[in-house]
Design a protein around this ligand. Structure first.
Ligand code: GLN
Length: 526
């Protein structure tokens, strides 16, 4: 059995029982990163620091004093979280050479628990995008492009026909799906954790706004950003959530931890819940296969005696356009700090302060970021402010009120698709511009960010192209754990996590060192 395919719960047990040591495990993950370099999942690999952290975990395990369930477990972090003494780029030239002097709170919490940081992952520049195709370090390739299932189903004929991970946290999704880390952190402003999570076959969580600290997460839209979690099972995601949650003096929007145990309840009674199916999510462009999965899972709930009822969220259709206005406004203000004086890139053109600002920002930002800054400043002009920004805030309230009404009518959980279809090929995806792509990709994920609600995506099946399809659960504020309990129940019935992609043929093709060969052999025999 290839240990890299285990869940956190399983590998943690293997470490405690001494079947494997943290340094062996870390080495395997680092080797795996090398062999899957073509995915472009990582911007920075923190090999030396990771090995040191693994050695420390090893000492603790040997002494019988492990810190908790994550001690010695390798993980990856999206490169828009600050990491002490580790390059943090947001996949932008603008942050070239920026090495933060501190860790984001969520990263610090994981390190405090003994988890081993193997690297910083690739993304769309400043998390603006839905494909992980628009960063300064090039696009991320979905590991499922290498999967035997995808090849059997008419996979890549030409080099350009690989599929995207979704975004913007595509590197974090590829890291877990390609087995070089056991879980990862993404950020989610409009779907950036759930979208790639779904397209890469993972469980991905967007927690209730404020439950996880944003301190050290380089902001996109402060009023919507949350750190997100990607893992292989709902139980693993709950473990990580339990560690990351809670109030932080460094983020005034944080709220206290959820009451009760972080673990999922063993005796969760699915019949207690009422599931709502929002009719507006039957949106134009929804693929028949995703629709089929949606109906199938709704049917599974009904068979189990769960009440499933249609509900309406009438303002759903305005969510994307409303997001676009609010996002650009917050971006315009957030990006103002990158002026060539404090962080990262500074243009050599410095004939005046204005010239320095202009040249630095022109050279540092890609066209997506520049366009959003321009739009945001336009929406915020004195004569436009009421017409765009204020109006969008009012619409945001209506969207949030739709959810409140539905949850007030006795619905506990909404079941929706996560994406319109399975992952697009890179070639098809790049036919549209960044804004259009985001508008298409985020239709189902974005409303939960507008309302600050918790949402989880989990894989339910493979499409006819051999690629993962995910469904989403949205819940009431602070019902994050209930969502994961429902996701766990679904996992048991759907059995998907057991597929856990491992890209065997890739290992056979490219293994080189003895150590790598050994690992490859174990993997193939698994
Ligand atoms: N796709 C959306 C955007 O481009 C959301 C991104 C995100 O969640 N970070 O802004």
């Amino acid at each position: 059995m290839n240990v890299l395919r285990l869940s956190i719960a399983e590998v943690s047990r293997a470490l405690r029982e001494g079947q494997l040591s943290p340094t062996e495990l870390c080495r395997k993950c680092l080797n795996r990163i090398k062999r899957t370099r073509h995915l472009n999942a990582y911007i920075t690999v923190t090999e030396e620091a990771a090995m040191k952290q693994a050695e420390e975990a090893e000492m603790r395990l040997q002494n019988g004093t492990p810190k908790g369930p994550l001690d010695g477990i390798p993980f990856a972090v999206k490169d828009n979280f600050c990491t002490e003494n580790i390059l943090t780029t947001c996949a932008s030239k603008m942050l070239g050479g920026y090495v933060p002097p501190f860790n984001a709170t969520v990263v610090q919490k994981l390190l405090d628990q003994g988890a081993v940081l193997v690297g910083k992952t690739n993304l769309d520049e400043f998390a603006m995008g839905a494909g992980s195709t628009d960063g300064a370090f090039g696009p991320v390739r979905n590991p499922w492009s290498d999967a035997e299932t995808y090849r059997q189903h008419g996979g890549p004929e030409a080099q350009t026909d690989w599929v995207i991970t979704g975004g913007s946290s595509g590197g974090s999704a590829a890291a877990v799906a390609s087995l070089s880390s056991f879980f990862s952190l993404g950020s989610d402003t409009g779907g950036s954790t759930r979208n790639p999570g779904a397209l890469c076959g993972l469980v991905a969580v967007k927690p209730t706004y404020g439950l996880l600290s944003r301190h050290g997460l380089i902001p996109l839209v402060n009023s919507m950003d949350v750190p997100g979690i990607m893992a292989r099972t709902a139980r693993d995601a709950a473990t990580v959530l339990g560690i990351l949650q809670g109030q932080d003096m460094l983020d005034a929007t944080t709220i206290p931890s959820l009451p009760g145990q972080p673990d999922l309840p063993e005796d969760f009674d699915i019949k207690q819940i009422t599931v709502g199916i929002p009719q507006e999510y039957h949106a134009p462009g929804l693929s028949p296969e995703v629709l089929g999965q949606w109906c199938r899972v709704a049917g599974l709930f009904e068979e189990a005696g769960v009440q499933v009822k249609p509900v309406s969220l009438p303002h759903t259709q305005f969510s994307i356009v409303c997001y676009h206005v609010l996002c650009c406004c917050e971006v315009a203000s957030n990006m103002a700090r990158f002026d060539g004086l404090e962080y990262g890139h500074r243009s050599p053109v410095a004939s005046s302060t204005e010239a320095l600002y202009a040249a630095t920002r022109h050279e540092g930002f890609n066209h997506v970021v520049r366009r959003r800054i321009l739009s945001g400043n336009y929406f915020l002009l004195k004569q436009n402010y009421e017409r765009y920004f204020v109006k969008a805030q009012q619409v945001r309230r209506l969207i949030a009120d739709d959810f409140s009404k539905v949850f007030g009518s006795g619905v506990d959980v909404l079941l929706t698709p996560t994406t319109l279809s399975d992952a697009a090929s890179y070639r098809d995806f790049m036919q549209e511009d960044n804004r259009t792509r985001s508008a298409q990709e985020d239709v189902f994920t974005q409303p939960a960010n507008m309302a600050g609600l918790p949402a989880v995506t989990l894989p339910t099946a493979l499409s006819s192209r051999g690629l993962p399809i995910g469904l989403q659960l949205i819940g009431r504020p602070l019902q994050d754990r209930k969502l994961l309990a429902v996701a766990h129940w679904m996992e048991q019935r759907l059995g998907f996590p057991h597929i856990r992609f491992h890209g065997d043929h890739q290992e056979q093709e490219t293994t080189s060192t003895t150590e790598e060969r050994e690992e490859g052999t174990t993997a193939v025999g698994a």
